[in-house]
Design a protein. Structure first.
Length: 271
């Protein structure tokens, strides 16, 4: 491919728009790390892989792996890849937008789940997916009011973790909580106004007194909106509300940072 104004190039670039993604049933995966994981974990869903000359030289193993997996590899000039995505380091994959059903995710009886409720920032959402993957979580759920999972910034922020664990979307938080409890998960809301201190819960993990959450139990952590946190009604849905202790002078923690702290606390307790 040599023409950056070709119709196919425009179609690929347009997948940055949510409405176009919905119509096409596909999304963009950009950059070597994310593309590598898409090829390794979901090659059957990769429609096309577009590769620029520099990327072909730098990542020959990735291109070879894609071809061996049956992925259609389309070479293009540097101008073509730049027109598709300036952030992709000349590697762009078009991937089927396959999202697992929440019931199927919970049917696997995960011991650790992250729930994003009205999380709107794509960087935060993607980073929480990445942190959940790193902590060994069994899944992530984004409520219907959260950012689109296949927003390019979300996908990039997951750094390939999107292809490592199931991420379900949709539904009201109240319905999600009902399903979480039915799957045997304790539901903990992370909020700076929580009545339980995360460090205290770690101290009693495995022998928590009555009325105190036990972090060794299967747990779903609910994280709220970046700007206003969780409403009183949403906090009331949880079995307990937990705060991350602030030892220094910081006013608060970034949502993704707080989520990573909570998820790793549960992962440590469960192990």
């Amino acid at each position: 491919m040599t023409n950056p104004r070709a119709e196919r190039v425009k179609q690929v670039r347009a997948l940055a728009q949510r409405a176009v993604r919905r119509r096409a049933g596909a999304f963009l995966v950009e950059g070597p790390q994310s593309v590598r994981e898409a090829v390794a974990e979901a090659a059957e869903h990769v429609r096309d892989l577009y590769v620029g000359p520099d990327a072909a030289d730098r990542y020959p193993d990735l291109v070879t792996a894609a071809r061996h997996a049956g992925v259609r590899v389309r070479p293009g000039t540097a101008d073509v890849l730049e027109a598709m995505s300036p952030d992709a380091q000349q590697l762009v994959a078009v991937v089927d937008a396959v999202v697992p059903d929440r019931a199927d995710v919970l049917a696997a009886r995960p011991r650790l789940v992250a729930v994003l409720s009205q999380v709107r920032d794509p960087g935060n959402a993607g980073t929480v997916v990445r942190a959940a993957d790193a902590a060994g979580a069994g899944g992530v759920v984004l409520t219907g009011a959260s950012v689109d999972l296949h927003n390019p910034k979300v996908v990039r922020s997951t750094a390939g973790s999107l292809f490592h664990l199931p991420v379900a979307t949709g539904g009201e938080l109240a319905d999600v909580v009902v399903d979480l409890r039915a799957a045997g998960l304790t539901v903990l809301a992370a909020d700076g106004r929580g009545s339980h201190d995360l460090d205290d819960l770690l101290d009693v993990a495995g022998h928590a007194p009555a009325g105190v959450p036990d972090l060794t139990a299967p747990t779903a952590w609910v994280f709220g909106n970046e700007a206003w946190g969780m409403s009183d009604d949403d906090r009331a849905l949880a079995d307990a509300v937990v705060r991350v202790p602030i030892r220094g002078r910081a006013e608060s923690l970034n949502l993704a940072t707080a989520a990573a702290v909570c998820l790793f606390a549960s992962a440590r307790a469960q192990r």
